[in-house]
Design a protein around this ligand. Structure first.
Ligand code: ITT
Length: 197
């Protein structure tokens, strides 16, 4: 089964391929599928935005489509940046700028608890939809550690791995991450609908 990953984030595509291709799915990015669309994320929930992205690409192809909307929710910041994680430091800000803003807001804050959240939307060519979720708890450290991953990974310490997500390789991150968990839940639901691939 061919699945178009409806995202412009190449790091997400790499993580999705790593989990789904060994399961027998062919995953192509929307760019590889020749689809050029940048969906405005106007929803107030991860689920709503994941569906917006998936539906926009599903209208433009005959394949299965998946899209995720993810973000970092920090307890001391009342769940921010949350669904605004990509735009937290302004439109077009770099990962380094987002991290700098986060560490500035967290300066002197004792409660470092945070979680990454993903909503994963999947749409079949006949229009049927599946949405799954994944979360991972961790804490915000006070300076970036590690070179892998993307986004807020260098300041997200994951107790389950004993390191930041940026110190983990793709397989380690996928084994516990919000996106990895949402993808595994999706695989479980797909198996029920279409059987083993
Ligand atoms: P698409 O919408 O095209 O998929 P995006 O990067 O805008 O790409 P999101 O809206 O889902 O994706 O993500 C919001 C931001 O949350 C993202 O830009 C990162 O800064 C952060 N983020 C999401 N997943 C992450 C992860 O696994 N590790 C670190 N940061 C992540």
């Amino acid at each position: 089964m061919r699945i178009v990953a409806a995202t412009n984030n190449v790091n997400k595509v790499r993580e999705i391929k790593k989990i789904f291709e060994p399961l027998g799915f062919e995953v192509v990015s929307q760019h590889e599928a020749g689809i050029d669309v940048d969906v405005e994320e106007t929803g107030r929930t991860f689920e709503r935005n994941a569906l917006l992205k998936a539906r926009a690409v599903a209208m433009l192809c005959d394949d299965c489509v998946m899209a995720d909307d993810s973000g970092l929710c920090v307890e001391a910041l009342d769940g921010r940046p949350g669904v605004y994680s990509a735009r937290y430091a302004g439109e077009g800000a770099s990962d380094a700028q987002k991290i700098e803003k986060l560490l500035g807001e967290m300066k002197d804050e004792k409660n470092r608890r945070a979680k990454f959240v993903t909503s994963m939307a999947f749409i079949f060519p006949d229009g049927r939809e599946i949405v799954t979720k994944g979360e991972v708890n961790g804490r915000i450290i006070d300076k970036p550690e590690g070179e892998n991953g993307f986004g807020y990974d260098p300041v997200f310490y994951c107790p389950e791995l004993g390191k930041t997500f940026a110190q983990a390789d793709d397989d380690e991150k996928n084994s516990v991450s919000h996106r990895g968990r949402a993808l595994k839940a999706l695989y479980g639901e797909l198996k029920q609908v279409v059987g083993d691939k």
